[in-house]
Design a binder for this molecule. Sequence first.
Ligand SMILES: Cc1cc2nc3c(=O)[nH]c(=O)nc-3n(C[C@H](O)[C@H](O)[C@H](O)COP(=O)(O)O)c2cc1C
Length: 321
Amino acid sequence: MRTDIKLYLAPLRGFTDAAFRNMYWRHFGNVFDVAVTPFVTSVKGKRIKRTHLKDIWPENNSAFPLIPQILSKDADHFITLAKAMSEMGYRCINWNLGCPYSMIAKKGRGSGLLPYPEQIDAILEKICASIPCRLSVKTRLGRFSGDEIFKLMPIFNRFPLSELIIHARTGVQMYEGVPDLERFAQVSALSNHPVVYNGDITSLTSFALLANRFKTVNRWMIGRSVLANPFLPMIIKAGEDHIDAKVAKMKRFHDDLFQTYCEILYGPAHPTDRMKGFWSYFARSYKNGDKFLKKIRKTKSITQYQRVADRFFEQEAQFIE
Ligand SMILES: Cc1cc2nc3c(=O)[nH]c(=O)nc-3n(C[C@H](O)[C@H](O)[C@H](O)COP(=O)(O)O)c2cc1C
C-alpha cells in the first residue's frame, strides 16, 4: 500500500453524498485520505438551519476524514456557515472557486469569481481573519482563460491556506477537452501552499504518467472515475491491479447503495432516478455498458429496476480490465 500519496475523493454533487461515502467506505475500504463534500451554499442571515447541513452531520459521517465545501461570494455569509461547520467539529473548510455551471458562474460564484482577483482578495481577507478553522481552496485555472490563475496565485500565496486544489481546466470548458498540464506545472511551481492535482485521473496508467511528471505533488483528487471504476483508488494505492471478482463486488456495492437510497429517498422514482445517474458512470467500465445504460434508463419501478440490474450483473456484465 502506497503511503507516500494522499488520495482525495472529489465532491460530485448528486453523487458523493454521505450515503455514497459511507457505502463506498464499507465496500472498498479506507482508500481515501480525505473526502471533500459537494458544495453547501451559503445563506443570508445569522442562523444556519441544522437540516441545511444534513450531508455533513458528524453522526452520518464516520467514513473518510471530511472537508465540507462552501459555495459563496459573500464573506459574511461564508463566515456564518463556516462557523456552523466548525461547531460540528470540522477543522478545515473548502471554498468552491470552480463550479462551471452558468447559472452559478453568471452570478459570480464558483468559477464565476475567477476573473475578479480583487473580489477574491477582499473575501479571503475577511474570511481568513474570522473563521475558526483552516481554509482550503478548490479552483479551476480560470473561467474564460487559463491565464486568469496567474493573477490569482499571488493572492492565494498571501493567505494561510491549507492547500490549493487545482482542476486543470477553465470554467467554460466544463468537463470537455483535456486538463492543461503545462499550465498546471507552471501554477504548482508558483504555489506557496501544498497543491492537490485534479482532473481526468482515469486509470493506473494515467495516474502514473501524472505522478511521474509532477514529482512534487503527492495529493491527488479523483472524481468521476471513482464512479466509473470504484476499484481505481484501491488500485492506485496498491500500485497494481490484482482485484478479482469485480462484477460480484460491484453487484454487492450497487445493491447496498440502491437499498440505502430506497430507505432515505421518498417515492419510487427518486431511488431509481438516483441510481440511473450513477449508471451513466458505472456503465463506462463494462464492455456492454452503453447498451445496458439504455435498458436501465427505461425501467419504471423499483422491482423492474432491480430485476434488470440483477440480470446484468448475473449474466451480462463484462468488466473492462
Ligand atoms: C456531476 C458533478 C458534480 C460536481 N460537483 C462538484 C461540487 O459540488 N463541488 C466541486 O468543487 N466540484 C464539483 N464537481 C467537479 C469535480 O469535483 C472535479 O473537480 C471534476 O469532476 C474533475 O475531476 P475528475 O476528472 O476526477 O472527475 C462536480 C463534477 C461533476 C461531474
